[in-house]
Structures are given as structure tokens and as C-alpha cells.
Design a protein around this ligand. Structure first.
Ligand code: SAM
Length: 287
């Protein structure tokens, strides 16, 4: 049974190990049992699933995940937490603890080593300082997973569902739309964590879409085009993409190609929809 789900229990563990939070690791631990349960339930985990948890902390969410999943693999950067996790998760024989930086993990290799063949679900209360690189990395590296259920800053959850033309719209929005069906599950107030973050949080699930062969073929050029456009978002589209050197077309040929496919060359990055970006990558013959 999970036993880490209160402020008192969490403090007991932290005091036992003389553990002090490191702000640079984005350490805000959840202390509300209902929220831990709601995250595990929202991720729709079954005994057939392997859950990969990013940043288990002292294992409060891990315990709930281990109750529901066939296996849990957790990846924690802070080596001071490893002996704590071995202690708090000692009652579970389906948990593997890996001390590593999630941004450095080769998941394909890891899943092969751990002999994981079935469905994989990522679940995390993410360290907020690297939310975007973690999510973009999971989406774009062709990692086999069914869904990602994560706690993020509320504004980041909203950015994932932003509409073209709004300031929140960007590369993250487009990657989430291309690869997944996003669903915001609920929001969480700062008082449910220690230490308290300054902002509200939200739990979002990204359900993986099956890509068509055409989508698989265009994904590389598409995200090169998106990155080029947003890296120079103050510039016009044609200039931003020409400067990035991702197409062999001359600037004049680019302007003609855009004109012929009804994309105005002076538009800026945030105006184009996903469909526009796919068309743009195709007509500009981005490599
Ligand atoms: N899961 C715990 C909970 O919900 O209470 C802790 C969540 S806390 C927001 C984020 C966790 O991610 C911390 O344990 C932190 O040490 C870990 N972390 C930070 N950067 C990481 C990285 N690059 N790779 C893996 N874990 C990381």
C-alpha cells in the first residue's frame, strides 16, 4: 500500500536521510494522496503496461504506479535520492531504479536491455526547468510509447493546445498536435507540493497517434521548417527559412513556391497551422 502520501510522511523520510531540496533539479514533491491517485488513474495503467517514470523523487507517485502497472522503470538524476528510493520502494518487486539524466537516456536501448516489449506509458511530475526538451525529445526520437501523462506548469499545458496567431503558439504546440491527441485532465494548486512552486500546475495526457507513411516521411523536414521559422520568429517566413539553409532552392524559387501554394512570404512563424507547415516543408523541398 502507498504510504508516502502526506506532508508528515514525506517530512519523516526527508529528515531520516537529512535530504535538502535542490532548486536546480526542479524538486517540488507532491504531498496530496488524492492527486497522486488521480495522476495514476488518469494515465489509465493496467497490469499489462510498463510505466516509465521521469523524476520519482522519494517515490510517492512511484508507489501508486507500481500498484497498477506490470512494471515501473524510474529515472532519477539526483543520486542522493537513490538510497531513499530503494528504501521507500522496497515493498515492490516490479520497480527498477535508474540513476541517470532523462535527456541522456537511449530509451530504445534501455527497453531492449530491460526486455520490454508491450505497451509503454510515460508518467511524471516533471522537473519544470526541462519540461519542453523532455516532451519534444520523447515525441521526436521515435520512442515506442502509447501515452505521456505529465504534471507541468499550467501555462505549458495551455501552450500545448494553443491556437495559431496566439503568443503561446510554437514548436511545442506543433509537435504535440502532429504526434498526439492532447487532453488536459485537471489543474493543481501550489499548496499540494513541498516546496510550493510559484505557479499553478496541470496534468495533461498526450495520446500517441499512429502516423501514416506520408507523415513519417515528412516529419524530419517538417520540424526543420518549424524550428527555422520559430528560431527567427521576428523575421518573415521566407527570410527565416532561407537563412537556415535547409533547402537548396534560391530565395526567388522559394518565394515562387510559397506563392503558388497560397503561403504569403511575409507571414511570420506563429500564423501558420500544422497543415500549412507540412505544405511549406513539401513545396520548399526541405531535406
Ligand atoms: N515524482 C516526485 C513527486 O511527484 O513528488 C518528484 C517530482 S519533482 C517535480 C522532479 C524530479 O525530477 C525530482 O526528483 C528531480 O530530482 C528529478 N529530475 C530533475 N532533473 C532530472 C533529469 N534531468 N533527469 C531525471 N530526473 C530529473
Amino acid at each position: 500500500m502507498p504510504d508516502l502520501d502526506s506532508y508528515e510522511k514525506t517530512m519523516e523520510v526527508l529528515n531520516k536521510y537529512d535530504f535538502h531540496f535542490k532548486k536546480k533539479y526542479g524538486q517540488n514533491f507532491l504531498i496530496n494522496p488524492h492527486i497522486l491517485e488521480d495522476i495514476a488513474e488518469g494515465a489509465e495503467i493496467s497490469e499489462y503496461d510498463t510505466v516509465t517514470e521521469i523524476g520519482p523523487g522519494i517515490g510517492a507517485l512511484t508507489q501508486h504506479l507500481a500498484e497498477a502497472a506490470g512494471r515501473v522503470i524510474c529515472i532519477e538524476l539526483d543520486d542522493r535520492l537513490v538510497p531513499i528510493l530503494h528504501d521507500t520502494l522496497s515493498g515492490y518487486d516490479n520497480v527498477t531504479i535508474i540513476n541517470d539524466d532523462v535527456l541522456e537516456v537511449d530509451f530504445e536501448k534501455l527497453f531492449e536491455q530491460e526486455k520490454i516489449t508491450g505497451s509503454v506509458k510515460f508518467v511524471a511530475n516533471l522537473p519544470y526547468y526541462i519540461t519542453t526538451p523532455i516532451i519534444l525529445g520523447l515525441l521526436q526520437k521515435d520512442i515506442p510509447f502509447d501515452s505521456i501523462t505529465v504534471m507541468v506548469q499550467r501555462e505549458v499545458a495551455e501552450r500545448m493546445q494553443a491556437k495559431p496567431g496566439t503568443p503561446e503558439y510554437g514548436a511545442l504546440t506543433l509537435a504535440v498536435e502532429f504526434y498526439t491527441e492532447p487532453e488536459i485532465l485537471f489543474t493543481v494548486k501550489p499548496e499540494n507540493f513541498i516546496p510550493r512552486p510559484k505557479v499553478e500546475s496541470a496534468v495533461i495526457t498526450l495520446h500517441r497517434k499512429e502516423l501514416t507513411d506520408e507523415e513519417k516521411a515528412i516529419q524530419g523536414p517538417l520540424f526543420k521548417t518549424v524550428r527555422a521559422a520559430f528560431n527567427q520568429r521576428r523575421k518573415t517566413l521566407v527570410n527565416a527559412i532561407y537563412n537556415a539553409g535547409i533547402s537548396d532552392l534560391s530565395k526567388q524559387e522559394m518565394e515562387n513556391a510559397m506563392w503558388n501554394s497560397c503561403i504569403t512570404t511575409t507571414w511570420r512563424a506563429e500564423v501558420l497551422s500544422l497543415k500549412d507547415y507540412i505544405r511549406l516543408a513539401e513545396v520548399l523541398k526541405v531535406k
